[in-house]
Design a protein around this ligand. Sequence first.
Ligand SMILES: [Zn+2]
Length: 949
Amino acid sequence: MIYKGGSFRRTWAMPGSAIAQALAPWIRPRFRWFRAPRWNAWSRPFTAVLSPFASAFRNMANRGRLWRRLLQRYLRRTGPGGLPRANLIFAVFLALYVFVSLAFFLSPLPEARNSDIYLLSRNQELLFEYSDPAGGIQKAPGRIPETLKAILLLAEDQDFYSHGGVDFQAMARAFYTNLRAGRIVSGASTIPQQYVRNNFKSRMPGNPYLRKPVEALYAIKLGAKSSKDAILSDYIATVPLGKNRKGFFAASKHYFGKDLALLSCEEAMTLVVLLRRTSMNPKSLLFRMNLLRNRIIQEDPELARKCEWKAGTALEFPSSYRYSDPSASRQGGADNPGQASEQEAGKTDGGDSIESKPRIPSDVRQSEGSRNDANAQPSYESTEVDADARQSYENSNDGNVAKSDENSANIVKAGLTPSDQASAYEASGYPHSAPHLGVYLYHDLNIRGTVHTELDSGLQSHIQSIIRSELEVLEGKGANQAAVIVLEMARSEQAPDGSGPAASQGGNRPPAVAEDSPGAGSPAPAKDDGGSPLQDSQGLYFWKLRAMIGSSDFAGEDGQVNGALAINDAGSVLKPFLYALAVEQLGFRPGTLIDDSEFVVSDSIRKETYAPRNHDLRYSGIITLREALAGSRNVPAVRLIERLGIQQFYELLKTAGFEHMQEPARDYGPSLALGTGGATLFEVTLLYGALAARGEMLPVQIASQPRIRFGQNKRLFQENTALLIRHILSDKEARRGSFGPRSFLDFPFDVAAKTGTSKDFRDSWAVGYTDRYVVGVWVGNFQSDPTLGVSGSRGAGRIMHQVMRMLHESGGPRFEYPENWKYANICKKTGHLAGPNCAHFTEPFLPYDAFPPPCSGNHQGSQPTGILHPLDDQIFVLDPHRPADSQSVLLEIRAPADVACRYWLNGKEHRLPADGHLRKHIDPRPGKYEVVMDCAGGAQQRTLFRIQD
Ligand SMILES: [Zn+2]
């Protein structure tokens, strides 16, 4: 006979909360501060004190006659005129009990280490789950279906809501059974007891007879501290369900490949049955499920009706059950006595029979063991990978490199210890669609608990499959790894009083941004909550990290290395930023002529010379900036960095967050323009984000809750500069010369794109951006070995192309440019305004630009003539951090062929050299300068420029 605990609880077991709850409707409107849950929290310890009595009373009700007789006998002896001393002793014991137990129940619970991390996607899907094998507390990362709760309680702990944490009656029965058997065969663990056992292992004594009462005490105490609902959901989130798999959330992904909230009754019941023993073959699993189902039909008709279970029918095994634990055959039964005994002592409770306990294998030991196993999985030597990758990185840079900083967050690292990795692989049944980000957050940022990331799980897995199919082709050529990052622009909900960087730039903002709205299953909107160093206060726009893939296969060889954070030779991907500097500091425009002819740099520090070469090993002579950038010419880039000063470019990269560059600028030399300083895909993608966001570096939001952001709002370039560069990078025609008529950088909509290839095709890069997305791709191998011609456009470019197309499935954007820009035809030969007979390009100029002088139409020698440098109205700003004598301003004048010319500098007359070509560095004394060139026949040109402190 079973006494229904519900009414009993109301009358006896929880008087405090019962009265509070009963009075609540009356009290609440009268006292605003009054809240029943608060009273519940206060009343819980008292309830806990009373729980043994509650249990005794219940027992009395169950076995009424026996207890009544005992009570009667006691009253006969101690009643009026009986034994007053016995009454006194009883009262003293009772007071002592209440005092001691209250003190115990009011003292705090042992601190349970939160050791797990759950990554949720933007749509709340579980992406990654990792539990420290040492255990810990974790809150449920999602919704728990009511049917699962009901089935679980019926199977594991029927009186969960009425007992005070411990079922004394069941315990007494178990104690008696064990005593008779002479060993521990049976236990009655309530859910709080199981929870205590799983999570407070360190507090439990080793002796199994002693452990049970201590466990019980803590279970009561747990009930005194938390509500029943909280205990139940914590239990569901943490209970071990198979090897290295904690909680129903992970198990649901593992066994059924879906979220817990989507489980059917049958599937939920499968997990509940597996709770007792995960190494069970489907036949006995189904048998037990049928037993449980029949019990439910009898005892909980409402649940049975909800699940549409009818008596007399047989249960169908859920066809979605897709995973039979491979370890089950290996470790099932008693064929592994050594391990079994370890488990007995370490992890599980010896007080339970096989029938009533979850089997909890020890993950680390297991994975260690499995390495020597016949079906051993590949093992990982992460530390070697680590050292290797760094070593080869250093080698690949011709010694022209800074040492990677050991402490830098950017160095190549697997993040996991070898045993961690082995267990991470063992746990391949885990949801792990974003393992690299998960490991990064767990190990590098030390983040625990549920993380609401900005990742898009669909995008993440699509990219994963694109990578897989692309690498199939590339693997034969030596490229077997790829990393991808996708950023999407988002707008903060709160506009910081219109003073955002956008507003200050004339409101010319990207039209299509992801609104940070609470709709469509997105997590709670990011709100500025102040205090965190990772967040910006004034920024209106930021990036959301939509995808981060660190390697081709996390479980594969070297797969734990996060290629998105590994430093690789950057090749040409950094060139646009060099040209952007030239636009701002030298007044260059896309039509400015640039020299792509042989050039030798003498390196005064290493006392050697360096002759950059183009990828096609040819020089193309005088070309426009547009051609030089779109065609990714190396020689003009090196010429340009020499002219700008390596320091300038170096500082730009540092400002942009290239923290791994630890050596002074001059140590990198002019090849910094060709990416030899190294870069991570994350850094590069973020830097292109600055171009996409019209010159402003925006922070990247990795997670909304807890809010994890990288970087700050920083203006790197003027908006016009960024748009001029975009004008070039989205120019299909200009690319054509170098990349052929059909390229993977061409799209049916506007995309600005750049590729990069490092020395000997070691690294293949491609970055593309629209107003809304930035897609960065790296392809190569983690050994930094040369590949067989996997260039940026062929390797990474193909992947970038597919990802970009996927992101813009519903049609891509058109780039728009400010209406006040002006355009002019530029003579290809002279860089001047094209005359009627000049081959020309149409190039944009900024509103305040002066057009170049008209072309004379005389293209002899194909050299531009006139005052070539400085440009009219140009302003030079002296760098206070550099010695003045290392800074100079170039004066370049070329006379037309066979024409005698003179020039005046600030009124002082000079002669041109005999060949009519002057290149002279003048002292950069601050002030206004005037250059006038005067040629025979009356042709004259005048240029004003200024040097500022
Ligand atoms: Zn011309």
